[in-house]
Design a protein around this ligand. Structure first.
Ligand SMILES: NC(=O)c1ccc[n+]([C@@H]2O[C@H](COP(=O)([O-])OP(=O)(O)OC[C@H]3O[C@@H](n4cnc5c(N)ncnc54)[C@H](OP(=O)(O)O)[C@@H]3O)[C@@H](O)[C@H]2O)c1
Length: 369
């Protein structure tokens, strides 16, 4: 173990759900991982504890300390865990790629906003992007030893979120508190709300399109209770590969850090097949989940539409969490922003950032906030 070259990592968003779990993995592998930088948004108390324990060389919080882009391109860092939420991860991810770092990407909005630019830059600079999202980690693992042009279909599994079993007519009045109770995963607020209406799955569809270079008509979403199968690939010959595990984000986080190795971790829960009676699946009703339909539409339209979707969703989720709009207003805001937008073909980064700003104004204006 001691002969392993340590991976020098930075965690952007270290105080969040993914950030804290990344540090749990780092704590379990002190000979393999050195935490060189930690960046948080505003949670000084947790950041202080993390700094005390891991003694990173670089620390930032909000506007204080080095910028996220400076951290992402710092010469003492090999791998950047992008665990920020929403738009915050886009520019640091590009900075990391342009500095030829390995990017362990959790912040899915990065690829939703600017998939073409991010993937083109990664190819140009030879930077590796390793998925952290459990579904994309599963697909990535299933693809090992396979040719990506032999994919017949990607089957993304979805838990169905907090309201999977709620009658449709009750959804108009559900509260943020109820929406924050996810049946399987314990995550940050934005991703938990996005999971309740399958916007999260919609963003994962767009993320999968870019990470694995597959067309949208080859990506299918299935409801899978229990989140045991994290996703599957059907290959050209009809064979299906699935990746299974206890739903625990430390497993895909650890794999993004250890790849191409696998590290034994006694602290992670293991599947006990004697306790699994059955694996259940169901098709998705797009009428019940309009956000998923909108994500497929925005992704297929391309241009600046996915950036508009992502920005409008960030605003809509904030409004919902603040109790200013209802749960079913979220897809209405997204639909309105997408409907009013005139897409820009082959957008530059500036075009994407301008579309993002425009969509936020439209989404806020919808409710005159
Ligand atoms: N949680 C999961 O299980 C999970 C699974 C798959 C994918 N993801 C994706 O991973 C991303 C992170 O999710 P999460 O659940 O970990 O979110 P989270 O708990 O809300 O954490 C977000 C982190 O980003 C930090 N942050 C926000 N703005 C920042 C800024 N401008 N500069 C520096 N740091 C900033 C926050 O800092 P403060 O808290 O200090 O303000 C916090 O540390 C999301 O895109 C999500 O979709 C999450």
């Amino acid at each position: 173990m001691d002969c392993t070259v340590k991976k020098r990592i930075a965690i952007l968003g270290s105080t969040g759900s993914i950030g804290r779990q990344t540090l749990e993995v780092a704590r379990a592998f002190p000979h393999q991982i050195e935490v060189v930088a930690l960046a948080a948004g505003s949670n000084a108390t947790v950041l202080e504890q993390q700094v005390h324990e891991f003694q990173p060389k670089l620390v930032s919080i909000g506007e204080q300390g080095p910028s996220l882009e400076d951290i992402a391109s710092h010469p003492d860092i090999d791998l950047i865990v992008v665990a920020t939420a929403g738009k915050a991860g886009l520019l640091p991810t590009l900075a990391a790629i342009r500095s030829e770092k390995i990017v362990a990407l959790a912040n899915k909005e990065v690829l939703v906003m600017a998939g073409t630019i991010v993937m083109d830059e990664a190819r140009k600079f030879g930077a590796e992007i390793k998925p952290v999202d459990s579904e994309h980690s599963a697909i990535w693992q299933c693809l090992q030893g396979e040719e990506s042009n032999e994919i017949a279909q990607i089957l993304l599994t979805a838990s169905g979120g907090a309201f999977r079993d709620r009658p449709q007519e009750e959804l108009a009045t559900v509260t943020a508190e109820e929406a924050l109770k996810h049946p399987t995963w314990n995550m940050g607020p934005k991703v938990t709300i996005d999971s309740a209406n399958l916007m999260n799955k919609g963003m994962e569809v767009i993320e999968a399109r870019w990470l694995f270079d597959v067309a949208y008509d080859k990506i299918k979403v299935m409801i899978h209770h229990g989140s045991i199968i994290h996703s599957m690939i059907e290959f050209a010959d009809g064979s299906v590969k699935a990746q299974l595990g206890v739903p625990d984000m430390r497993t895909p986080i650890q794999y993004a850090l250890s790849h191409p190795e696998r590290w034994a971790n006694t602290g992670l829960p293991k599947l006990d097949f004697s306790e699994i009676e059955s694996l259940q699946f169901a098709s998705v009703d797009f009428g019940r989940y309009p956000c998923l339909r909108l994500a497929f539409e925005a992704g297929t339209a391309g241009d600046t539409y996915p950036a508009v979707l992502s920005a409008a969703d960030e605003v809509a989720v904030e409004l919902f969490l603040a109790g200013k709009i209802g749960f079913l207003d979220i897809p209405k805001i997204l639909e309105e922003a997408l409907g009013q937008h005139t897409g820009i073909t082959n957008p530059s980064l500036d075009d994407i950032l301008a579309a993002d700003t425009w969509a936020r104004e439209i989404a806020k204006g919808r409710f005159a906030i």
